[in-house]
Design a protein around this ligand. Structure first.
Ligand code: SAJ
Length: 433
């Protein structure tokens, strides 16, 4: 579509939401020849972007392009009225009771509706459950008096960003698109095929497109819950699950290894299943399996804190008053993202049990209690490795732990040298090993 200029001008795209998903998409569309506007709520970020400052900390590759100010960003939706394509990439979180929160999608859609014009293609990239486009987004857009298929097109193309992944980047990840009308699906597929170097599959309808992403991430959540449950069971059986999984992973077909850990964090995996659970409930279906998987994964932070308490007790130490170092706040290695991070639950439980909690994560200086890893290690009796950041794996050797007189190691990511630590007479407990 980009190279197919509309008469005398470039095709214009507005991206609503300039975070992990929206900003890389806006820059990619710019690089592929579109004129791109951005809309976001955060005035400070908008000003930084318009000055050419990259606002995504873990995305160095954007640095160069953003310095050239490829997009014009604003807090206003006014750019929508000039646009041919409008893409909504806002968060779809859950509240503290794990209820889906479509607030950001609704307010973004209302902003688009205000400037909706004839012939426009509106695409929702936010992760949503089947039914949201037809039951929530469409009524807001048609309240303008315009009709889908006649005055505008509505499509869904679930985002598939994988933060921190060096191989799978926004430009080479295959995508699925679905729309309310056939023509809408064709238009959306044409747009994505013009910016991606990857397959773009047209789904049977917009509902199948909405279901695709939820299924992908629920698949991951249940597989992680499977190995987390095995971790609890194999603890009783004295089996090293981590070793077993390495063995199972040698099977070249029909097995996909997932690994037990201190918990499931991030903006996708622990959140998306709740959208399907809730929408299916409204249609009279109870997703027992998805709910059980969420329950198992949500218990893993507590499992790690209890393992620490048990090991301290072996040394006639109590959790109460123990100095405990929580190493890592981010939900995933080598990124600075704390959304739904298990570390937050670990810290909460440690406080409840009376521990004196020391925190260090190189990506969150403002949240640390100590300025450096050494500064943290020197103060603590025990450590919980909650995030397997590269810096931690390089520095936290058995000798390093011994040097700092740390007595107990809870390895929430099964990432440390267990045998080396045990050989230094330091108590070690991993997750399932
Ligand atoms: N986790 C485990 N055990 C595993 C894998 C992950 O406990 O075997 C935990 C991680 O520690 C993390 C959480 O689950 O806390 C999520 O991990 P993730 O690797 O799935 O990371 P995300 O949230 O960045 O997931 C993204 C997702 N991408 C999209 O939703 C577009 C997900 O679909 C991808 O599968 C995932 O990246 C990936 O493959 O890395």
């Amino acid at each position: 579509m980009a190279n197919m200029k509309l008469k005398r001008r470039k095709v214009i795209v507005t991206v609503v939401g300039l975070g992990y998903v929206g900003l890389p998409l806006a820059v990619l569309a710019h690089n592929k020849g579109y004129k791109v506007f951005g809309v976001a709520k955060d005035k400070k970020k908008i000003n930084q972007l318009n000055k050419g400052i990259n606002i995504l900390p873990d995305n160095a590759e954007l640095e160069k392009t953003i310095a050239k100010r490829p997009i014009l960003a604003s807090t206003s939706f006014e750019a929508v009225k000039k646009s041919d394509v409008v893409i909504v990439c806002v968060p779809t979180p859950v509240d503290k009771f794990y209820n889906p929160d479509l607030g950001p999608v609704k307010s973004a859609t209302k902003g688009v509706a205000k400037y909706l014009k004839k012939g426009q293609l509106v695409i929702i990239e936010s992760t949503i459950n089947p039914g949201v486009c037809e039951e929530v987004v469409l009524p807001i857009l048609e309240a303008t008096g315009k009709r889908v298929g006649k005055d505008f097109y509505l499509a869904h193309c679930p985002e598939r960003i994988n933060p921190g992944d060096p191989k799978w980047r926004i430009g080479n990840i295959p995508r699925c698109v679905g729309a309310i009308t056939k023509q809408g699906a064709q238009k959306a597929a044409k747009f994505y095929r013009s910016i991606l170097d990857a397959e773009v599959r047209i789904m049977k309808s917009i509902k199948e497109a909405e279901a695709t992403k939820i299924v992908e991430n629920s698949f991951r959540d249940v597989n992680i819950a499977f190995v987390n449950e095995l971790a609890l069971s194999f603890d009783k059986l004295g089996i090293d699950l981590y070793d077993v999984l390495q063995g199972s992973a040698t099977k070249p077909f029909a097995f996909m290894a997932h690994f037990p850990s201190i918990g499931v964090g991030g903006h996708c995996i622990p959140v998306d299943p709740y959208y399907l659970i809730e929408r299916a409930r409204l249609s009279g279906f109870d997703h027992k399996f998805l709910k059980l998987a969420r329950e198992i994964n949500n218990k893993m932070p507590y499992y790690c804190v209890k393992a620490l308490q048990w090991n301290l007790n072996q040394l006639k130490m109590s959790m109460k008053g123990a100095h405990v170092g929580v190493l890592g706040l981010s939900y995933k290695a080598n990124v600075g993202d704390i959304r739904e991070s298990p570390s937050e639950k670990v810290i909460e439980y440690l406080h409840e049990l009376g521990a004196d909690v020391h925190v260090f994560d190189p990506y969150f200086p403002e949240r640390n209690t100590e300025k450096t890893l050494d500064g943290c290690m020197v103060k603590v009796d025990a450590i919980i490795l909650a995030t397997n950041h590269k810096e931690f794996l390089e520095k936290i050797t058995p000798a390093y732990i011994k040097k700092h007189k740390v007595k107990v190691v809870i390895d929430g990511k099964n990432a440390l040298d267990k045998n080396g630590i045990v050989n230094k007479n330091i108590l070690y407990k991993g997750v399932g090993r």
